[in-house]
Design a protein around this ligand. Sequence first.
Ligand SMILES: O=C(O)C(=O)[C@H]1CC[C@@H](C(=O)O)C1
Ligand SMILES: [Zn+2]
Length: 333
Amino acid sequence: MMDDERFMTDSDGRIYRRYDDIKTKPIQRLNYDSREINRFIKKQEPVIIENLGLVDSATKWDLEYLHENIGNEEKSVYVSKTHKFMYYNASRCAVYPDFIPPNEQHNMTMTEFIRKYRTWKPGEHRIYFQQILTDTVGSCIYNDFRNFKWSWLNSKKERFNWGDLTSNLLLIGQPGNVTPVHYDEQQNFFAQVHGYKRVLLFDPKFFQCLYPYPFHHPCDRQSQVDFENPDYERFPLAKHLAGYEGVVGPGDVLYIPMCWWHYIESTMDSQITTSINFWYKHQSMTLSDLRFPLKWQQKLTVSRNIEKMLGEALGDPSEVGPFLNALVNGRYT
Ligand SMILES: O=C(O)C(=O)[C@H]1CC[C@@H](C(=O)O)C1
Ligand SMILES: [Zn+2]
């Protein structure tokens, strides 16, 4: 890997893709007992929390243990011809008939996933286990799940008036797998269990630099900018990207604030990467809470409502683009 100039090795020996164009500062790392943590969460800024032990009971979740205990219901596994696993909403393909899905979502048993994982050879399609933890898991897994530090999580949910926990995603990936840059409309505690992941995060205010796909597109919430081969002709403002960077390892918990752009890459030096996320609905905002000018998190919600409403008002999502161009070009530009 060392002689492949697309990759770099950091001072800790972690190996990941080199993105010289993207300016980043280190994500702040704080020990779990630091009082500073609440300040970051209140300001909705990313922070890596160390030694919290949030999901220590999942440390034993290696492939053998999961094979024995996770249950034989089929699990969700993404299969990609490349190392990228961009999420897309298949139900929106009708609006974009030329859209070519960037990967496939398969359902397979843990036995099948492990077989594929263990026999995988470079050049073959890559796989990424991404399964919501439900009550169909076996009793051992359920007990481990109950032993997560829910008191800490609940204290943050209450303190910051977050909505309900919506789901926990269990992620098992191969070294080199990449989740391209996107945002979610939920607060997220991202717990790293095995292996290392390099993360890049960008404030929601970089909306114009990351050119998200249209609301009605299958890749809604995903950026059109390919960090490995940025097209500065089509996306000139991508040159101005500036964000935060860090590597999460076993025991680390990354707070990914709602609507913050994030890119996640399993480092090449990892044997396997296992992560568990905790997605929470964002806090309910009342009109009296609103302060102007709006923050970009709020402008993002406004922009999504506009695109959604226009699709309904025009009766055809494919008219939204031409209509917005007619509204803006030569009038606001
Ligand atoms: O937790 C999130 O918000 C995500 O985007 C997850 C989807 C794929 C995961 C990864 O680690 O590659 C991260
Ligand atoms: Zn995400």
